[in-house]
Design a protein around this ligand. Structure first.
Ligand SMILES: [Zn+2]
Length: 65
């Protein structure tokens, strides 16, 4: 794991894949909690930021903005 710095609109891979079989999530909201959306089924979940940082496996796409 080289870079765990994540930002809004990045696409990330989590340690556990979503039950739908997809494992690419887009960060759609950042705050005390992070909201991510599954790119497979569009389901979104809210996770406390600290917990999110632990569950993230890697960043697949860095947002440019
Ligand atoms: Zn899903």
């Amino acid at each position: 794991m080289t870079n765990k710095e994540f930002a809004l609109h990045d696409v990330v891979e989590m340690k556990k894949q979503h039950p739908c079989g997809e494992n690419r999530w887009k960060i759609i909201r950042m705050g005390m909690d992070v909201r991510i959306k599954c790119l497979g089924c569009q389901h979104s979940v809210m996770i406390p930021r600290k917990e999110f940082a632990k569950k993230i496996k890697k960043i697949l796409e860095h947002s440019e903005d």
